[in-house]
Design a protein around this ligand. Structure first.
Ligand code: FES
Length: 111
């Protein structure tokens, strides 16, 4: 696993947010919802909506285009959607928030 810092400590301490972060040029959606962090793919699998332009509801990210929802912990879409999003591991360290990428993901995401 390779860990990359995505937020400084100060940035991580802000109130809840949904925003896009760039990691090695790749766009990732970073969420703080009810004090919990999530890092998910930025593109909605339904029709390409930008999830970092969405909002959170009851532990789900809601896509702003057709309002599909995805669980922030498991990535599973709402019942009936039959789809899912990638959810990346996070680690809150003393100096900020880090996202973890497995070698196999790095090939898929960054090549
Ligand atoms: S593009 Fe996201 S719900 Fe349709």
């Amino acid at each position: 696993m390779i860990w990359v810092k995505v937020l400084s400590k100060q940035e991580a301490e802000r109130d809840d947010f949904v925003e896009m972060a760039k990691v090695e040029g790749k766009k990732i959606c970073i969420v703080k919802h009810k004090g919990n962090f999530a890092a998910i793919q930025n593109t909605c699998p339904h029709a390409g909506g930008i999830l970092s332009g969405g909002w959170c509801k009851e532990g789900h990210i809601i896509c702003p285009i057709h309002r599909y929802g995805y669980n922030l912990e498991t990535g599973r879409g709402y019942t009936g959607q039959g789809d899912y999003i990638d959810v990346y591991p996070l680690e809150l360290r003393e100096d900020g928030l880090y996202i973890g990428f497995r070698q196999s993901w790095i090939k898929r995401l960054f090549s």
